[in-house]
Design a protein around this ligand. Structure first.
Ligand code: ATP
Ligand code: MG
Length: 267
């Protein structure tokens, strides 16, 4: 009875989708992440800002499983997953883009997107012998999905070109398409608009907003505060590996500690 209510609460998502508590990552003597705590609720789009070296990308690496924490806890949908590797996190619905995208340069744009497909029985070589029909069907479905995603990021015309011909901004969009192949529930975007021209910037903002409208939970690292303010109702500020403050874009941008953290970072 009562237990039933509790279970329903969890199923309905009252626990945050991502919860980071007292998270620490040391590199030798450097405390890149130093007791960081934050939560991301289902369907939210949150900005993650902070001066260079604040630990934002390291936090992404910890949430995505690319790094193991020194201590502290990461929960996804209330399950402690700090020890799971990146493949398992993808299976739990975590998708992340890299600050500097590195597509396979000689593979085509389409092939690069296909590398994001997960849990395809076709990836297991023995299925080629025992399950040929199913493999073919899955491969066709993956191909169709990859083409639809390339349409979504406006790269369909370049699908048969090697990825090396893409501009920096197009590489970021390619990466977005690649991670969407795995149907992530939460999308971690590491500076998707850095170094992108103003037209492409507007397009990227539009796509990120569309993804959030489709129900994806989004955590957005971005130095472009205007972009953050346009997209995010809530902003989390990191400095020196810790949570400095959080609030609306207007609240955090006039917060004295935020102002001095940025000035300190520049000095
Ligand atoms: N693999 C690593 N080994 C050693 N030090 C690292 C490693 N990764 C990051 N660092 C250091 O940890 C600190 C935090 O780096 P991180 O990349 O997380 O910062 P950031 O907030 O993403 O900065 P930026 O805005 O410049 O991207 C920096 O001092 C960085 O040099
Ligand atoms: Mg970074």
């Amino acid at each position: 009875m009562q237990a039933g209510f509790a279970t329903n609460d969890l199923v309905n998502g009252s626990a945050p989708l991502i919860q980071v508590s007292g998270l620490v990552k040391h590199f030798g003597g450097l405390r890149a992440v130093d007791g960081m705590s934050m939560a991301l609720r289902r369907g939210e789009m949150v900005g993650l800002i902070g001066p260079n070296g604040a630990g934002k990308t390291t936090l992404f690496n910890l949430i995505a499983g690319a790094l193991k924490p020194t201590s502290g806890e990461i929960r996804i949908a209330d399950i402690e997953i700090s020890d799971e590797g990146p493949e398992k996190r993808i299976g739990r619905g975590v998708g992340r883009t890299f600050q500097i995208p590195r597509p396979f340069p000689e593979m085509t744009v389409l092939e690069n997107v296909l590398t994001g497909a997960q849990n395809q029985s076709g990836e297991r070589f023995w299925m080629n012998f025992v399950g040929t029909g199913r493999v073919a069907a899955e491969e066709r479905a993956a191909l169709e999905k990859a083409r639809a995603l390339l349409d979504f990021v406006l790269l369909a015309k370049l699908q048969n070109e090697p990825a090396r011909v893409l501009s920096g901004g197009q590489r970021k969009l390619l990466e977005l398409a690649r991670i969407l192949m795995a149907d992530p529930e939460v999308v971690l975007l590491d500076e998707p608009a850095a170094g992108v021209n103003p037209t492409l910037l507007e397009f990227i903002i539009d796509r990120v907003r569309t993804l959030n409208g489709q129900g994806k939970t989004i955590l957005l690292i971005e130095h472009n505060m205007e972009m953050v303010a346009r997209l995010c109702g809530r902003v989390v500020v990191m400095a020196a590996g810790k949570l400095l403050t959080e609030g609306t874009p207007a609240e955090v941008s006039r917060h004295p500690a935020v102002v001095s953290a940025y000035l300190g970072g520049v000095a």
